[in-house]
Design a protein. Structure first.
Length: 366
């Protein structure tokens, strides 16, 4: 089968975000099914890692500006999508493509294709912001709905998101395909480094306002837990400096450790040493980082948003709280610590949920 992947970014060429990790996992899963894959994306930031892909993956790099900031997303990125769409149509004319898997707003460039297009809208951030950000994203909302109209199927990555996908993108249930995000169960390389704390909390994600890490710091300052705890906060973003300042203001600077970006091997080790994963996001898609934590047998404290309720089940493998609620999150962290004797059992449940519902072994053939 000949497939095309259409995405602005792919791990490990561009970064560690959920979209990037999903694309990487999908490529590996499709290769195991003996598929040939053409990838249209932006030029790599880490070209030395191209060697990690076999010859059955052909990359077509189209220059563009990274879509990390709101300004970039509303100026340069739409131009890249249009140009990449032209490249995709040329590719269709020379390759016998069986399907196109398009991610995020890149799918808006899939006009006039004969090949079936499967559109994964991911977290649909353009519909969930507020204030000036919401105004700036108005064009993106139109593009997302256009992508849904021209797609053969629109993918909901969790059952909890089917209604949201239909509502935001104006599509009926008959056009929505449930295809959960998945992760590779292979443990990966491990590089040890100094990690301490009792207990050890872990959070991973882009350091942006919508990820809720400021809420987490306030919650930790209120939670009733021993003073020897440590939070390892892994990620980069525009909120790094403000979060460090907040940690200092809350007298948490000695207990909140900002690791910024870690190698895969070091992050794998940190997952193995952590005891509780905390995901305070204000809104979310499927959440690859939650799945990674569950793969590593961690209990989860998370917000009740996006696809997280399909993964985290109170009293089974974690705690769910309302987004943007400091007191409720503080209570959940306190409750989690008070039930520390259940962490190992809950972590085993997390692992079992991933194995049975969210691994590429079971999702890939779909």
């Amino acid at each position: 089968m000949n497939l095309a992947l259409f995405s602005r970014a792919v791990y490990p060429l561009h970064g560690y975000g959920g979209l990037e990790r999903h694309c990487y996992g999908w490529i590996r899963a499709m290769l195991k099914l003996n598929c040939k894959i053409d990838v249209i994306t932006m030029p790599p930031l880490h070209s030395n890692r191209l060697s990690e892909f076999p010859r059955k993956v052909s990359f077509h790099f189209l220059p563009g500006v990274s879509a990390r900031s709101v300004f970039q997303r509303i100026t340069s990125y739409p131009r890249w999508v249009k140009s990449a769409g032209v490249l995709l149509r040329k590719l269709e004319s020379t390759q016998n493509l069986d399907a196109v898997y398009a991610h995020g707003l890149a799918a808006a460039g899939c006009n006039n294709l004969e090949t079936p297009v499967y559109y994964n809208p991911h977290g649909m951030e353009e519909f969930k912001g507020s204030g000036l950000k919401s105004i700036a994203y108005s064009g993106f909302r139109n593009s997302s709905r256009h992508a849904a109209r021209i797609a053969t199927k629109v993918i909901a990555t969790d059952a909890a998101m089917i209604r949201e996908v239909g509502h935001f993108l104006n599509v009926t249930d008959s056009k929505i395909a449930l295809l959960p995000n998945a992760i590779d169960l292979d443990p990966g390389d491990v590089e040890q480094f100094q990690v301490d704390g009792d207990p050890i909390f872990l959070s991973v994600g882009r350091l942006e306002a919508n990820k809720g890490f400021s809420i987490l710091l306030h919650a930790l300052s209120k939670a009733t837990i021993p003073k020897d705890w440590k939070l390892y906060l892994v990620g980069q973003g525009s909120q790094l400096a403000p979060l460090k300042q907040l940690a200092t203001a809350l007298n948490l600077s000695s207990r909140v450790l900002f690791t910024e970006e870690l190698s895969d091997a070091r992050l794998n080790f940190l997952y193995s040493r952590a005891q509780l994963f905390i995901h305070p996001t204000l809104y979310e898609g499927s959440s690859i980082v939650a799945l990674e934590a569950m793969k590593n047998s961690l209990p989860i404290v998370a917000t009740k948003t996006g696809g997280l309720p399909d993964k985290v089940f109170p009293e089974k493998n974690g705690w769910l709280v309302q987004p943007n609620d400091v007191d409720e999150l503080a209570q959940a962290i306190t409750s989690a610590y008070q039930n520390k004797n259940q962490w190992e059992h809950m972590g085993q449940n997390s692992r079992r949920i991933v194995e049975e519902h969210f691994s590429w072994n079971c999702i890939g053939p779909k």
